[in-house]
Write a protein that binds this ligand. Structure first.
Ligand code: GLA
Length: 389
């Protein structure tokens, strides 16, 4: 059964056969390059995937909210209320849709009625493919559809980020929600996070595919060192601003950074800022390489990105390093790096078609031997943004 039919069937089972139910989809995303640059005013280069979150929803006549996730059947129906849009630990995943409802209200879009809302995602949870941003954008899309709010897809991204920052306490940048809300089939989004200007770059993967390797290391962004990295960069920026007129680390070229880095008074912060500056430049070069069909160069820049995230930004860990370093050994791998926030999650690799089976076999075995549990592999495709089904 197709995912759409699956969610509608379960929805009717749980919430009854009445009219007015609609189905929606929002993708997951993978970032090809440009990691930990989005809160430093740098560039990112993510794409939406064909996997994502399916939802079914219906407006109620009262102000009740009833949530159900087919990924967490054991939690059953979770009830809440539009008059109680506050973040609660025990509310689990429902903090994501509730956060978006709260954010709409904060922006002046009052939600007139409660709803029944069921979701079912085929993004591996906690993998770093942005299942949470996918739920956020899905919720925003659904609210706009039902209540006619005058907001663009870009606004949906900003509202999702606002919810993540202010309702769920993760100081994330705009990349995930933007990649999802603005996704376009067969294209990656080259986004300048300094001013949200963007272009689409066709991803023509002739004879190769994107392979995601999921480390299965459990992590949550909230309790990771994500916010700490962000504040290290903010401090480094403030130190640099004493000697050079910039708005973000993304404004600096490598040369400018090397000339001014003595303003940063701590060696760890120098490394963090160095990553942000060099990674931003790598992202610009990677898109140029792709546009001139130099896929080998693109792969080398992916590899260099991982090294910098490992050594200077220190957000990889043994699991991601093992996946990437084993991938580099496989013939037919064009590039491989961690993707997303790090500290667990997954890697993205560009792999020639004929090498995919070998890649999964070799990297999978080496990972299991070294880490003690298995990694999961997904061959993914670049998909479209959110939509009603
Ligand atoms: C997470 C955040 C993004 C971005 C990446 C790192 O996915 O949600 O905003 O900062 O980490 O590039």
């Amino acid at each position: 059964m197709e995912m759409k039919e699956t969610v509608l069937k379960k929805f009717k089972e749980l919430f009854g056969e009445r009219e007015g139910v609609k189905a929606f989809f929002a993708p997951g995303r993978v970032n090809l390059i440009g990691e930990h640059t989005d809160y430093n005013g740098g560039h990112v280069f993510p794409c939406a995937l064909t996997i994502g979150t399916y939802g079914a929803a219906r407006v109620r006549t009262d102000r009740k909210l009833r949530f159900y996730s087919m990924n967490f059947d054991r939690l059953g129906v979770i009830e809440s209320d539009l008059d109680d849009l506050v973040s609660k630990k025990e509310a689990g995943w429902t903090n994501y849709p509730k956060g978006v409802m709260w954010a709409f209200e904060q922006k002046g879009f009052l939600i007139p009625n409660g709803m029944d809302f069921l979701i079912y995602g085929n993004i591996p949870n906690g993998s770093g493919l942005s299942s949470s941003a996918s739920v956020e954008v899905l919720t925003g899309y659904m609210l706009r559809d039902f209540f006619g709010f005058d907001v663009s897809n870009q606004d949906l991204a900003l509202i999702g980020q606002y919810a993540e920052n202010n309702f769920n306490g993760v100081n994330c940048g705009i990349m995930d929600q933007f990649a999802i809300a603005m996704g376009k089939e067969d294209n990656a989004v080259f986004l300048d996070t300094a001013d949200l200007s963007y272009t689409y770059a066709p991803i023509k993967l002739d004879g190769m595919k994107l392979v995601i390797a999921c480390s299965n290391k459990k992590r949550g962004l909230g309790d990771s060192k994500y916010n700490e990295r962000r504040s290290e960069c903010e401090t480094a920026l403030a130190e640099l601003q004493k000697v050079i007129d910039i708005k973000g680390l993304g404004d600096l070229t490598e040369e400018q950074f090397e000339q001014s880095k003595t303003a940063i008074k701590d060696p760890v912060r120098v490394k963090r800022a160095k990553h942000a500056v060099y990674e931003n430049q790598r992202t610009v070069h990677a898109v140029e390489a792709l546009q001139s069909n130099d896929i080998e160069k693109f792969g080398q820049l992916m590899n260099a990105s991982h090294v910098s995230l490992r050594d200077d930004y220190e957000v990889t860990g043994i699991e991601l390093d093992t996946l990437v370093e084993e991938a580099w050994k496989v013939e037919g791998v064009i590039g491989s790096r961690m993707t997303g926030a790090g500290f667990g999650g997954c890697t993205v690799s560009l792999v020639k078609d004929e090498a995919i089976d070998r890649f999964i076999d070799q990297v999978g075995k080496a990972y299991l031997a070294k880490i003690g549990y298995a990694a999961d592999f997904y061959v993914v495709e670049v998909g479209d943004g959110p939509r009603a089904l």
